[in-house]
Design a protein around this ligand. Structure first.
Ligand code: BGC
Length: 240
């Protein structure tokens, strides 16, 4: 069917480049207005040492030849208006680094940056009640939502958990490598029980690469979310 010019509906897509900076990989994917992927997920290993310059260079390399109008970035640390305040699993030179301004300068597009677990949560929550997210990867990420409203930069990972150690020290990738899957799973159940007592959440979502190591039965209000949620959540940073 051929439409007359005045009948044509111009569908202008705003493509969003979603970036997820992790302790072991930097991932990117392009999303349409609805948050559906329009490209494959691309990944490169996180450069070592993971300085701002090296990670920004990796992002620029990954974004070459990709079409997008705006950028969402998940960063593994505390982020305030685009500026990095902590980076436990990357490099100390991230502290005070304005990631949003730097990427805007290089890419020529608007950039929003948030904590990686917060973005993962934005892609997962239903918006009803108290919902919590933890991510199990290099670090231990956490996010809290009340009726869909985010409490940013929760950082449960660095709070004391047990035996004088934090959640991240007991459940991060290094701990999994040291104690093995069985003990790590036992620890995970203990952490879930404490977080449930503390937050009395309606739902807990668990994401991150190490969810594939979970082999215990989880309580009925806990569910595993796919790793790709960390990129899909990027679209929500643009829904004001
Ligand atoms: C960081 C968090 C991050 C988590 C997962 C922790 O070490 O402090 O901000 O969400 O790792 O990447």
């Amino acid at each position: 069917m051929i439409l007359a010019a005045d009948q044509q509906v111009l569908v202008q897509q705003q493509l969003t480049l979603a970036v997820d900076i992790g302790g072991s990989g930097v991932k990117v994917m392009v999303l349409d207005d609805q948050g559906n992927p329009t490209t494959e997920r691309d990944r490169v290993p996180t450069p070592m040492p993971a300085t701002p310059e090296a990670v920004v260079a990796a992002i620029l390399e990954l974004t070459k030849d990709k079409p997008f109008e705006r950028v969402s970035v998940g960063f593994p640390g505390v982020v305030r208006v685009g500026v990095i305040e902590t980076a436990a699993n990357l490099h100390p030179s991230w502290i005070g680094f304005d990631l949003a301004a730097t990427l805007t300068r290089y890419l020529g597009k608007p950039v929003r940056v948030a904590n990686d677990a917060d973005i993962q949560g934005l892609g997962a929550v239903s918006g009803i009640g108290v919902e919590m997210v933890v991510t199990l990867g290099t670090g231990f990420g956490s996010a809290l939502f009340v009726n869909g409203k985010l409490v940013p930069n929760l950082e449960m990972g660095h709070h004391p958990f047990r035996k004088g150690e934090t959640y991240e020290q007991q459940l991060g990738r290094a701990a999994l490598d040291v104690v093995g899957k069985k003990r790590w799973n036992e620890r995970l159940l203990k952490a879930i029980a404490i977080l449930n007592h503390l937050f009395n959440y309606d739902s807990l979502y668990i994401g991150g690469g190490n969810t594939k190591k979970i082999d215990v039965v989880l309580p009925s209000n806990v569910q595993i979310i796919p790793n790709i949620t960390g990129l899909l959540g990027g679209i929500t940073l643009w829904r004001d």
